[in-house]
Design a protein around this ligand. Sequence first.
Ligand SMILES: Nc1ncnc2c1ncn2[C@@H]1O[C@H](COP(=O)(O)OP(=O)(O)OP(=O)(O)O)[C@@H](O)[C@H]1O
Length: 241
Amino acid sequence: MTPAVHLVGATVARSGRVVVHGVDLAIAGGSWFGLIGANGSGKTSLLRALAGRLPFAGGSCRVNGDELVTDRAARALRVSFAPPADKLPDALRARDVLELVGGAIDGVRSRIADLEAALGLAELLDRWIGDCSAGMRQRIAIASAFAGGHAVVVLDEPFNWLDPVAIFDLRQAMRTRVHGGLTLITALHDLGTLATACDTGLMLADGKVAMTLDEQRLKAAGHDPQAFEIQTIDLLRSRTA
Ligand SMILES: Nc1ncnc2c1ncn2[C@@H]1O[C@H](COP(=O)(O)OP(=O)(O)OP(=O)(O)O)[C@@H](O)[C@H]1O
Protein backbone atom coordinates (compact mmCIF):
# COMPACT_ATOMS: atom_id res chain seq x y z
CA MET A 1 0.00 0.00 0.00
CA THR A 2 1.23 3.51 -0.81
CA PRO A 3 2.52 5.21 2.36
CA ALA A 4 0.82 8.45 3.41
CA VAL A 5 4.30 9.99 3.74
CA HIS A 6 7.44 8.61 2.10
CA LEU A 7 10.81 10.33 2.42
CA VAL A 8 13.94 9.09 0.67
CA GLY A 9 17.26 10.84 1.26
CA ALA A 10 15.43 13.85 2.69
CA THR A 11 17.86 16.67 3.40
CA VAL A 12 17.18 20.01 5.09
CA ALA A 13 19.54 22.98 5.48
CA ARG A 14 19.24 25.92 7.91
CA SER A 15 21.20 29.08 7.11
CA GLY A 16 23.21 27.16 4.53
CA ARG A 17 24.18 24.33 6.90
CA VAL A 18 22.76 20.83 6.38
CA VAL A 19 20.99 19.81 9.61
CA VAL A 20 18.98 16.81 8.33
CA HIS A 21 21.05 14.35 6.30
CA GLY A 22 19.42 11.89 3.92
CA VAL A 23 16.52 10.65 6.07
CA ASP A 24 14.49 7.71 4.78
CA LEU A 25 11.09 6.94 6.29
CA ALA A 26 7.70 5.58 5.28
CA ILE A 27 4.56 6.28 7.31
CA ALA A 28 1.41 4.25 6.73
CA GLY A 29 -1.91 6.07 6.48
CA GLY A 30 -3.96 5.85 9.68
CA SER A 31 -0.97 5.56 11.99
CA TRP A 32 0.87 7.65 14.59
CA PHE A 33 4.57 8.25 13.91
CA GLY A 34 6.80 9.48 16.74
CA LEU A 35 10.08 11.32 16.11
CA ILE A 36 12.53 11.53 18.99
CA GLY A 37 16.05 12.85 19.39
CA ALA A 38 18.22 15.16 21.45
CA ASN A 39 17.77 18.94 21.39
CA GLY A 40 19.14 20.21 18.09
CA SER A 41 19.04 16.79 16.38
CA GLY A 42 16.87 18.10 13.51
CA LYS A 43 13.30 17.06 14.43
CA THR A 44 11.71 20.48 13.97
CA SER A 45 13.66 21.13 10.77
CA LEU A 46 12.49 17.83 9.28
CA LEU A 47 8.86 18.34 10.34
CA ARG A 48 8.78 21.94 9.10
CA ALA A 49 10.13 20.83 5.73
CA LEU A 50 7.59 18.03 5.49
CA ALA A 51 4.80 20.53 6.19
CA GLY A 52 6.10 22.99 3.58
CA ARG A 53 7.35 25.54 6.13
CA LEU A 54 10.95 25.02 4.97
CA PRO A 55 12.37 23.83 1.64
CA PHE A 56 14.03 20.46 1.26
CA ALA A 57 17.63 20.72 0.09
CA GLY A 58 17.47 17.28 -1.52
CA GLY A 59 15.87 13.86 -1.65
CA SER A 60 12.32 12.79 -2.32
CA CYS A 61 9.12 13.58 -0.40
CA ARG A 62 5.96 11.79 -1.47
CA VAL A 63 2.59 12.49 0.14
CA ASN A 64 0.05 9.80 -0.74
CA GLY A 65 2.23 8.89 -3.71
CA ASP A 66 2.66 12.42 -5.12
CA GLU A 67 6.23 13.75 -5.38
CA LEU A 68 6.22 17.14 -3.65
CA VAL A 69 9.88 17.65 -2.71
CA THR A 70 10.22 20.81 -4.79
CA ASP A 71 6.66 22.04 -4.12
CA ARG A 72 6.55 23.65 -0.67
CA ALA A 73 3.12 25.18 -1.28
CA ALA A 74 1.56 21.82 -2.11
CA ARG A 75 3.09 20.29 1.03
CA ALA A 76 1.72 23.15 3.12
CA LEU A 77 -1.76 22.51 1.68
CA ARG A 78 -1.65 18.74 2.17
CA VAL A 79 0.15 18.51 5.53
CA SER A 80 -1.25 20.45 8.47
CA PHE A 81 1.19 21.87 11.02
CA ALA A 82 0.47 23.46 14.39
CA PRO A 83 1.94 26.95 14.64
CA PRO A 84 4.47 27.35 17.48
CA ALA A 85 2.27 28.28 20.47
CA ASP A 86 4.51 31.21 21.45
CA LYS A 87 4.20 32.71 17.95
CA LEU A 88 0.39 33.04 18.00
CA PRO A 89 -0.54 36.73 17.73
CA ASP A 90 -1.53 38.33 21.04
CA ALA A 91 -4.10 40.57 19.36
CA LEU A 92 -6.33 37.71 18.13
CA ARG A 93 -8.80 35.50 19.96
CA ALA A 94 -8.73 31.71 19.66
CA ARG A 95 -11.83 31.83 17.43
CA ASP A 96 -10.02 34.24 15.03
CA VAL A 97 -7.07 31.87 14.69
CA LEU A 98 -9.33 28.88 14.07
CA GLU A 99 -11.35 30.84 11.48
CA LEU A 100 -8.18 31.94 9.68
CA VAL A 101 -7.16 28.31 9.32
CA GLY A 102 -10.49 26.52 8.89
CA GLY A 103 -13.18 29.03 7.86
CA ALA A 104 -16.44 29.74 9.73
CA ILE A 105 -16.19 28.79 13.40
CA ASP A 106 -19.29 26.55 13.38
CA GLY A 107 -17.71 24.40 10.67
CA VAL A 108 -14.42 24.28 12.55
CA ARG A 109 -16.15 23.33 15.81
CA SER A 110 -18.01 20.47 14.17
CA ARG A 111 -14.74 19.28 12.58
CA ILE A 112 -12.90 19.23 15.90
CA ALA A 113 -15.84 18.36 18.20
CA ASP A 114 -14.02 15.25 19.45
CA LEU A 115 -11.02 17.35 20.57
CA GLU A 116 -12.99 20.24 22.06
CA ALA A 117 -13.37 18.79 25.55
CA ALA A 118 -9.77 17.50 25.69
CA LEU A 119 -8.49 20.97 24.76
CA GLY A 120 -11.03 22.88 26.90
CA LEU A 121 -11.76 24.94 23.82
CA ALA A 122 -15.21 26.28 24.71
CA GLU A 123 -13.69 28.44 27.48
CA LEU A 124 -10.86 29.65 25.23
CA LEU A 125 -12.71 30.72 22.09
CA ASP A 126 -13.31 34.34 23.12
CA ARG A 127 -10.13 34.85 25.09
CA TRP A 128 -7.42 37.13 23.67
CA ILE A 129 -4.27 35.15 23.01
CA GLY A 130 -2.32 37.89 24.80
CA ASP A 131 -4.24 36.90 27.96
CA CYS A 132 -3.57 33.14 27.60
CA SER A 133 -1.15 31.02 29.59
CA ALA A 134 1.47 28.90 27.76
CA GLY A 135 -0.73 25.80 28.08
CA MET A 136 -3.78 27.67 26.76
CA ARG A 137 -1.77 28.86 23.74
CA GLN A 138 -0.66 25.30 23.12
CA ARG A 139 -4.29 24.10 23.19
CA ILE A 140 -5.22 26.73 20.59
CA ALA A 141 -2.22 25.85 18.40
CA ILE A 142 -3.16 22.16 18.45
CA ALA A 143 -6.82 22.90 17.70
CA SER A 144 -5.73 25.00 14.72
CA ALA A 145 -3.76 22.06 13.28
CA PHE A 146 -7.01 20.09 13.11
CA ALA A 147 -9.27 22.99 12.09
CA GLY A 148 -8.86 22.44 8.34
CA GLY A 149 -9.79 18.75 8.44
CA HIS A 150 -6.46 17.50 7.02
CA ALA A 151 -5.77 13.77 6.78
CA VAL A 152 -2.06 14.27 7.61
CA VAL A 153 -1.24 16.35 10.70
CA VAL A 154 2.22 17.22 12.04
CA LEU A 155 2.61 18.37 15.66
CA ASP A 156 5.94 19.45 17.10
CA GLU A 157 6.03 18.44 20.77
CA PRO A 158 2.25 18.80 21.25
CA PHE A 159 2.25 17.90 24.95
CA ASN A 160 4.57 20.73 26.03
CA TRP A 161 2.94 23.00 28.64
CA LEU A 162 -0.24 20.92 28.90
CA ASP A 163 -1.45 19.78 32.31
CA PRO A 164 -1.64 16.02 33.03
CA VAL A 165 -5.40 15.78 32.40
CA ALA A 166 -5.11 17.57 29.07
CA ILE A 167 -2.18 15.33 28.07
CA PHE A 168 -4.16 12.20 28.91
CA ASP A 169 -7.35 13.34 27.17
CA LEU A 170 -5.59 14.70 24.08
CA ARG A 171 -3.54 11.52 23.67
CA GLN A 172 -6.72 9.42 23.83
CA ALA A 173 -8.62 11.68 21.43
CA MET A 174 -5.76 11.67 18.91
CA ARG A 175 -5.38 7.91 19.20
CA THR A 176 -9.09 7.54 18.39
CA ARG A 177 -8.60 9.80 15.34
CA VAL A 178 -5.68 7.66 14.19
CA HIS A 179 -7.93 4.57 14.42
CA GLY A 180 -10.35 6.52 12.22
CA GLY A 181 -7.73 7.10 9.51
CA LEU A 182 -5.69 10.16 10.60
CA THR A 183 -1.97 10.07 9.87
CA LEU A 184 -0.34 11.81 12.82
CA ILE A 185 3.35 12.72 12.97
CA THR A 186 4.70 14.14 16.21
CA ALA A 187 8.07 15.11 17.60
CA LEU A 188 8.18 13.91 21.20
CA HIS A 189 10.50 14.08 24.17
CA ASP A 190 8.24 11.78 26.20
CA LEU A 191 9.30 8.16 25.70
CA GLY A 192 6.17 6.90 27.51
CA THR A 193 3.92 8.36 24.83
CA LEU A 194 6.19 6.98 22.13
CA ALA A 195 6.02 3.50 23.68
CA THR A 196 2.32 3.42 24.41
CA ALA A 197 0.62 5.58 21.76
CA CYS A 198 2.77 5.57 18.60
CA ASP A 199 2.67 2.85 15.94
CA THR A 200 6.10 3.52 14.43
CA GLY A 201 8.84 6.11 14.70
CA LEU A 202 12.49 6.90 14.58
CA MET A 203 15.29 8.54 16.51
CA LEU A 204 17.36 11.29 14.94
CA ALA A 205 20.91 12.03 16.06
CA ASP A 206 22.85 14.87 14.43
CA GLY A 207 20.26 14.97 11.65
CA LYS A 208 20.68 11.29 10.77
CA VAL A 209 18.51 8.25 11.52
CA ALA A 210 19.98 6.65 14.65
CA MET A 211 17.24 4.08 15.26
CA THR A 212 14.16 2.96 13.37
CA LEU A 213 11.20 1.99 15.50
CA ASP A 214 8.98 -0.42 13.61
CA GLU A 215 5.59 -1.67 14.74
CA GLN A 216 6.99 -4.78 16.38
CA ARG A 217 9.55 -2.80 18.37
CA LEU A 218 7.01 -0.29 19.62
CA LYS A 219 4.53 -3.03 20.50
CA ALA A 220 7.22 -4.61 22.67
CA ALA A 221 7.98 -1.15 24.10
CA GLY A 222 4.30 -0.76 25.01
CA HIS A 223 4.46 -4.01 26.98
CA ASP A 224 7.57 -2.93 28.88
CA PRO A 225 7.89 0.88 28.70
CA GLN A 226 10.52 0.96 31.45
CA ALA A 227 12.93 -1.34 29.62
CA PHE A 228 12.32 0.65 26.43
CA GLU A 229 13.06 3.91 28.25
CA ILE A 230 16.35 2.59 29.63
CA GLN A 231 17.51 1.26 26.22
CA THR A 232 16.50 4.46 24.45
CA ILE A 233 18.15 6.74 26.99
CA ASP A 234 21.35 4.69 26.70
CA LEU A 235 21.30 5.10 22.94
CA LEU A 236 20.49 8.83 23.16
CA ARG A 237 23.37 9.31 25.63
CA SER A 238 25.81 7.40 23.42
CA ARG A 239 24.78 9.44 20.35
CA THR A 240 25.11 12.78 22.08
CA ALA A 241 28.24 12.04 24.14
N1 LIG B 1 16.26 29.32 12.44
C1 LIG B 1 17.40 28.65 12.39
N2 LIG B 1 18.47 29.13 11.73
C2 LIG B 1 19.65 28.45 11.66
N3 LIG B 1 19.84 27.26 12.25
C3 LIG B 1 18.82 26.73 12.93
C4 LIG B 1 17.55 27.38 13.04
N4 LIG B 1 16.74 26.61 13.78
C5 LIG B 1 17.45 25.53 14.11
N5 LIG B 1 18.68 25.59 13.60
C6 LIG B 1 19.76 24.59 13.76
O1 LIG B 1 19.31 23.38 13.14
C7 LIG B 1 19.73 22.25 13.91
C8 LIG B 1 18.49 21.39 14.19
O2 LIG B 1 17.60 22.16 14.98
P1 LIG B 1 16.10 21.68 15.18
O3 LIG B 1 15.36 22.84 15.77
O4 LIG B 1 15.60 21.09 13.93
O5 LIG B 1 16.31 20.52 16.26
P2 LIG B 1 15.26 19.78 17.20
O6 LIG B 1 15.63 18.33 17.17
O7 LIG B 1 13.87 20.12 16.82
O8 LIG B 1 15.62 20.40 18.61
P3 LIG B 1 14.73 20.61 19.96
O9 LIG B 1 14.50 19.25 20.56
O10 LIG B 1 15.65 21.45 20.79
O11 LIG B 1 13.47 21.32 19.58
C9 LIG B 1 20.42 22.79 15.16
O12 LIG B 1 21.81 22.69 14.94
C10 LIG B 1 20.01 24.23 15.22
O13 LIG B 1 21.06 25.04 15.74
